[in-house]
Design a protein around this ligand. Sequence first.
Ligand code: NDP
Length: 333
Amino acid sequence: MELFKSMDNLNNKKDPQKANLVETEQVKCLIIGSGPAGYTAAIYASRANLKPVLYEGLQPGGQLTTTTEVENYPGYPEGVTGPVLMEDLKRQAKRFGTDVRWGIATSADLSNHPYKITIDDKNIIEAKTVIIATGASAKYLGLEAEKKYAGMGVSACATCDGFFYKGKDIAVVGGGDTAAEEAIYLAGLCNKVYIIVRKNYMRASKTMLAKVEKTPNIEILYEHNTKDLFGEDGVEGAILIKKMGTPDEEKVKINIHGFFLAIGHHPNSDIFSNWLERDDVGYIKTIPGTSKTNLPGVFACGDVQDPHYRQAITAAGSGCIAALDAERFLSSL
Ligand code: NDP
């Protein structure tokens, strides 16, 4: 803290006017986010000469940079690692002139067109079109072990990583539709799937629940909470607490190689909450079949508007749609 204070003082001494300088810049197309949606929007927008400026955000490259092997993205028959795929997309966007910048959109004023987005609490971008591709973050339980075994048994995406657990025993945490869907998917690959549910019922839809109950290699562990994970070079098991906080509380150990989180996602849309229509969870609402939000010239693509599919390829497709929508909007001005 002291260090920052003294550096501030130093800057102020050097050039007192510069210390609080706010820069405003006008752009035709601002893209916020650097996952598959953001970069695909950038490739299309730059090829259409919209001269896009893209801010990478908190996690440059998006969620894929936290996965290892990606085997279901078309065009990579041998598979590709998440970071390499994102680097390829970035290079492709830059090749056509996208101005890729490091920075985080910290607030938004969408009350008038052109729209104002503040970057890093400092610089203001005035944009004729805004493409929001800020993604969603998977929720984690908050255990130290989740960090320790990230990419070594802990995953928040069954379709991305399930294949690596073929024939093994795994667990899915959560009681919603995602947990049910992922458990059914994993049951087709794995030997045994536990679903760890903290309540005595699953909140998943009746249809999904019926499918889960019909799948012979799924076992639902109701009223179980995860306390810890263990293993030498990766996950080998989990310690659960059954009926936590009751007189019947009991410690349960299960042997598993994969631990899949399915306890919901948080779409990164909070800075737009005053301006854009969102659903109860925070996903930005778009007009079906388009990327259009309730504001003309503001488009959303990728996971920030998609609670259902959440795949790299669907995000990329929606990024393309957003760039085409932005191009059409600009030519109508
Ligand atoms: P939900 O918010 O519906 O469910 C999250 C689940 O995780 C709940 O069962 C919740 O438990 C549990 N949970 C949350 N925090 C913890 C914790 N700390 N420890 C243990 N368990 C926890 O999220 P989903 O991702 O399942 O679904 C999001 C939306 O997407 C829903 O509207 C869903 O219907 C929809 N969806 C639809 C699909 C389809 O139709 N095919 C597929 C996937 C999603 P609790 O119940 O106790 O609160």
